[in-house]
Ligand binder design. Structure first.
Ligand code: G6P
Length: 357
């Protein structure tokens, strides 16, 4: 069945490996008879009536939401705010005239997110839940549901749900975009699925890198700019959750405003440099930390890579780089956790879905 580990030692590794297949499944699930990508017409209408989208989520789903904002704003021109559910519910910001709420929740059961849904429903605002679990609480209570089609995710640390969320967010933004699609999203997502595959096939390299670069370290930093910044937040969260190495994700340009004080001899810095418009700046930030003793590993992409880069992704559309760049970060966390003797699938103090506020 779907939820057996088979020959895998951990659910997390199995779920990491399932990602290319999940993206292909999503492409199929959202393809029309004409072969283009589309979503439910009622959901599309809800987007077309809205003057602003409010994305509400927690944890990894929040990190997917940050990337979703770029997709909606760049592809459909709809302004987006992304909020942490536990903050939004108790300190609601000023809302636009015609807000639409999008709840991103793998489980569909997160209490922090549900309390926001209850409040916005009472105010009469329309809502959509993007979830992996049909029939879940948030799916039942929202006006509309968008499904992830990722299959059951068992490991506490979310992997395939995150990449699935990114794919469905891209498809949704694309579907609600009114301009004649300049982007062939279907082809670009298929290319991204292949890039994910290439990265999941690089396990031995990532196992070695985790060993030499991370496993015996006390802390680690992830830096990036633009979309890479949001992926760096997710990379840091993954590492914290399962290896208990203190990790932080930073916007490259912010380092000099504080965090650089923490850089010591041997501090690991994972630098994401996939975005061509900002990768020269990010490479400048890497020089700033290595001059102070940090060990940096640059993750770039074919087309804007340099000879000494530690990891190079196959080329994918710039908006879709997060789908591929997160894979080596998931694998680094997995191997660091394993090498430190941690419980990969069931990290201490964490639950798969948190049904208390
Ligand atoms: C828990 C999990 C996280 C997850 C978060 C949000 O804290 O440990 O991995 O990202 O809940 O979960 P959701 O199901 O709402 O996406």
């Amino acid at each position: 069945s779907d939820i057996e580990k088979g020959t895998y030692p951990h659910y997390m590794l199995k779920e990491i490996d399932e990602q290319p297949g999940v993206i292909r499944k999503i492409i199929a699930a959202y393809s029309t008879e004409e072969g283009t990508l589309d979503i439910d017409p009622y959901i599309k209408q809800a987007f077309q009536h809205a003057d602003r989208l409010y994305v509400i989520a927690a944890g990894t789903s929040y990190h997917a939401g940050l990337i979703g904002k770029e997709y909606f704003e760049k592809l459909s021109g709809l302004p987006v705010e992304v909020h942490i559910s536990s903050e939004f519910g108790y300190n609601m910001p000023l809302l636009s005239k015609k807000p639409l709420f999008l709840f991103i929740t793998q489980s569909g059961e997160t209490a922090d997110s549900r309390q926001v849904l209850v409040k916005v429903k009472a105010l009469g605002y329309p809502s959509i839940t993007l979830t992996n679990v049909p029939g879940s609480t948030l799916s039942r209570e929202a006006d509309y549901t968008l499904l992830l089609h990722a299959g059951p995710e068992i490991a506490v640390a979310s992997t395939k749900a995150y990449t699935a969320q990114l794919a469905v967010l891209a498809i949704t933004a694309y579907a609600v975009s009114c301009d004649a699609h300049k982007l062939d999203l279907k082809t670009e997502l298929a290319i991204a699925a292949n890039a994910i595959q290439t990265m999941t096939d690089a396990k031995e390299d990532l196992k070695k890198l985790a060993h030499t670069f991370l496993t015996d370290k006390r802390n680690a930093f992830f830096i990036g700019r633009g979309l890479d910044y949001y992926v760096s937040l997710e990379g840091a969260l993954k590492l914290k959750e399962i290896s208990y190495i203190q990790a932080e994700g930073f916007a490259g340009g912010e380092l000099k405003h504080g965090t650089i004080a923490l850089i010591e001899e041997g501090t690991p810095v994972i630098a994401l440099a996939t975005q061509s418009s900002v990768s020269p700046n990010l490479r400048g930030n890497v020089k700033e930390v290595t001059a102070r003793g940090a060990h940096a590993c640059i993750l770039s992409m074919e087309g804007n890579n340099e000879p000494d880069d530690g990891l190079v992704l196959p080329h994918v559309h710039e908006l879709l780089t997060p789908l591929a760049s997160v894979i080596p970060l998931q694998l680094l966390s997995y191997y660091a956790s394993l090498q430190r003797g941690c419980d990969v699938d069931k990290p201490r103090n964490l639950a798969k879905s948190v049904t208390v506020e």
